[in-house]
Design a protein around this ligand. Structure first.
Ligand SMILES: NC(=O)c1ccc[n+]([C@@H]2O[C@H](COP(=O)([O-])OP(=O)(O)OC[C@H]3O[C@@H](n4cnc5c(N)ncnc54)[C@H](OP(=O)(O)O)[C@@H]3O)[C@@H](O)[C@H]2O)c1
Length: 399
């Protein structure tokens, strides 16, 4: 760590600044911090509208009267000066300002430059690849940890695979398959990000190619996340449909970075679907969404049906749940594990983002810098925090 990231950082005015606090997930994250930030944690709300931030602060003061004194920071994603000031004022920035490929880069650049730790909620592979190519090297120089995908995408999958690997022998080839199930809905912001990502397949491929040119090759080990084929998984009792989200990419990066995943590691990521009709309908719906996302007018129409800032009601979220089952195998051992929790896209995502920010501020962590996955940056400490916060990691059985 250089001086920018050592004692200087501790003297900054804030421990955590939450950027995008006025959005749907931003407000849930602020509520979580209002309830759970430890005494003495210096945190602030940031966004582009002081009026909206003041309104949010009033709501937070109902939860905890001390929140009436929360500092407000005005910053706009299109104003590099405001992002630099924001990054220099704090030890950690947590941001919900997306789609990240549109709004995210300025803040990543400012954090990399200022040696400020950074967590976000992106599920956009193109954005993560571009940020690696453009800002990883600078972040390594300043000691900043840039941790993308600290929401349901991808922390439960990244940590769930890590948890599964820990149940298996060391030093042998390992395979893990993950099966995701949920009954949850999406918000306007998430829909905008998903449609935006689906509408940019060429840009995503280009960014992935650029990343491969810059990233050092793994020597003497293998870590892969190939797309699996559809099949019925007897062990989880579900039809498994390949799920090409950012999650398997993040898992493979953790496996590349950590020897514990063994000499030859393979992860495959699936949606686990209970019935055959649903299994047949899933790819059709995804295909239709992908096709619509290629047509700008259709994309705009879909986005306007669910405006940014909108999302599922508290009642709907309270009824929502997720489960990710992992089947791990290696060295003659087979294990079934499971990660479960409540509403994945919003309540749990806000919880994971807030806990990740607090983890980077307060916990004893391995020394890392640059673009790092949730597991590489925070592994055991974040897992312990999430368990304490009600996300369950368990071994269902071993053979
Ligand atoms: N990883 C996951 O599992 C996961 C789960 C849920 C959501 N997400 C992602 O999280 C992001 C937020 O979702 P959401 O539903 O909360 O979206 P949202 O309600 O639309 O919130 C977006 C936030 O960005 C702010 N913003 C937009 N443009 C800005 C600019 N130029 N400068 C500063 N702030 C700006 C908005 O401010 P105003 O209030 O002033 O408009 C708002 O606070 C999306 O990218 C979504 O895909 C990820």
């Amino acid at each position: 760590m250089n001086s920018q990231n050592g004692t200087d950082r501790a003297q900054r005015p804030y421990d955590i600044v939450l950027f995008g606090a006025t959005g749907f997930v931003g407000a849930l994250t602020a509520e979580y911090l209002a309830r759970h930030a430890p005494q003495g944690c210096r945190w602030a709300l940031a966004g582009r509208s002081l009026d909206k931030l003041e309104h949010l602060r009033e709501q937070l003061a109902v939860i905890d009267p001390a929140c009436a004194a929360l500092p407000l920071v005005e910053a706009d994603a299109s104003d590099a000066g405001s992002l630099r000031e924001l990054a220099e004022s704090t030890r950690v920035v947590a941001t919900t300002v997306g789609p990240y490929v549109w709004y995210g880069e300025g803040l990543v650049a400012a954090c990399a430059d200022a040696g400020t730790d950074y967590v976000d909620l992106t599920g956009e592979p193109e954005f993560v690849d571009l940020m690696y190519v453009r800002h990883d090297a600078r972040a390594r120089e300043t000691g900043a940890r840039l941790v993308h995908a600290c929401g349901f995408d991808s922390a439960p999958h990244d940590l769930g695979v890590y948890f599964t690997v820990r149940q298996l022998p060391e030093g042998v080839p390992l395979t893990v398959d993950g099966f995701v199930r949920s009954n949850a809905m999406f918000s306007g912001g998430t829909l905008a990000s998903a449609l935006n990502a689906m509408g940019r397949p060429r840009e995503s491929l280009r960014a992935a190619r650029e990343r491969r040119l810059h990233e050092p090759r793994l020597v003497g080990r293998r870590a892969r996340a190939p797309l699996g084929g559809p099949h019925f998984s007897r062990e989880t009792g579900t039809w498994a449909l390949p799920l090409p989200t950012i999650d398997p990419q993040i898992v493979a990066r953790s496996a590349r970075a950590l020897e514990r995943y063994g000499p030859d590691f393979r992860y495959r990521h699936y949606a686990g679907v209970k019935t055959l009709p649903m299994a047949l309908a899933g790819p059709a719906a995804l295909g239709a969404g992908f096709a619509l996302a290629q047509v700008p007018a259709a994309r705009q129409w879909l986005m306007h049906r669910y405006a940014p800032g909108d999302g599922p009601s508290a009642k709907r979220r309270a009824e929502s749940w997720f489960s990710v089952r992992f089947v791990g195998e290696g060295g003659g051992r087979r294990v079934l594990t499971e990660v479960t929790g409540g509403d994945p896209g919003y309540d749990e995502t806000a919880k994971i983002l807030a806990e990740s920010a607090m983890c980077l501020v307060a916990d004893a962590l391995p020394k890392t810098s640059g673009q790092v996955t949730p597991v590489v940056a925070m592994g055991d400490a974040l897992l312990t925090r999430l368990e304490g916060a009600g996300i369950r990691f368990r071994v269902a059985h071993t053979r």
